[in-house]
Design a protein around this ligand. Structure first.
Ligand SMILES: [Zn+2]
Ligand SMILES: [Zn+2]
Length: 168
């Protein structure tokens, strides 16, 4: 059997999907991974400011139809770089959903040159125009089941379930 290695795009997008499972807002679960030179430099999901309550516990804080409690996944990933002093110039980002206009502006201003996204989500026309205007690019990734068929995470990790749970 020849081992077919998982392509980078599949690997990084799967990382974002995994991160989205940590989202604390039930309205939309988003994950984002920032990559430079084929290395993951940061990751984020949409959630509250550290130390605040979570939407999943207290309900969303909705103003004008939007939950204002959460920081978007893309912003969290970029802020992680700011917090720890990691350069984002020339990096790429993998996001589970097409970024909103505010996140797109931040991504571009952080010097990120390529946006890979999994699902279309209210794709903003101005965001698309901006991406082109500044010479960045956008690319939709489709995850292919064949690269994940061998994972069987639940079974492989079944024995770990029996160990005492240490949450967070
Ligand atoms: Zn919320
Ligand atoms: Zn956003």
């Amino acid at each position: 059997m020849t081992l077919e290695r998982i392509p980078w795009d599949q690997y990084f997008m799967a990382q974002s999907v995994l991160l989205s499972l940590r989202s604390t807002c039930t309205r939309l679960e988003v994950g984002a991974t920032i990559v430079r030179d084929k290395r993951i430099i940061a990751g984020g999901y949409n959630g509250s400011v550290s130390g605040d309550v979570h939407c999943i516990d207290d309900g969303c804080y909705v103003v004008d139809g939007h939950c204002v409690r959460t920081i978007h996944a893309e912003m969290n990933a970029i802020l992680q770089c700011a917090k720890f002093g990691i350069p984002t110039d020339g990096a790429e980002i993998y996001v589970t959903h097409f970024p909103c206009l505010q996140c797109t502006k931040m991504i571009l201003q952080a010097g990120i040159k390529k946006i890979h996204y999994l699902k279309d989500y209210r794709n903003d026309q101005y965001a698309l125009a901006l991406i082109e205007q500044v010479g960045a690019s956008v690319d939709q990734v489709t995850l292919s089941k064949k690269y994940f068929a061998e994972l069987q995470l639940g079974e492989e990790l079944a024995s770990i379930d029996e160990a005492p749970q240490t949450d967070q």
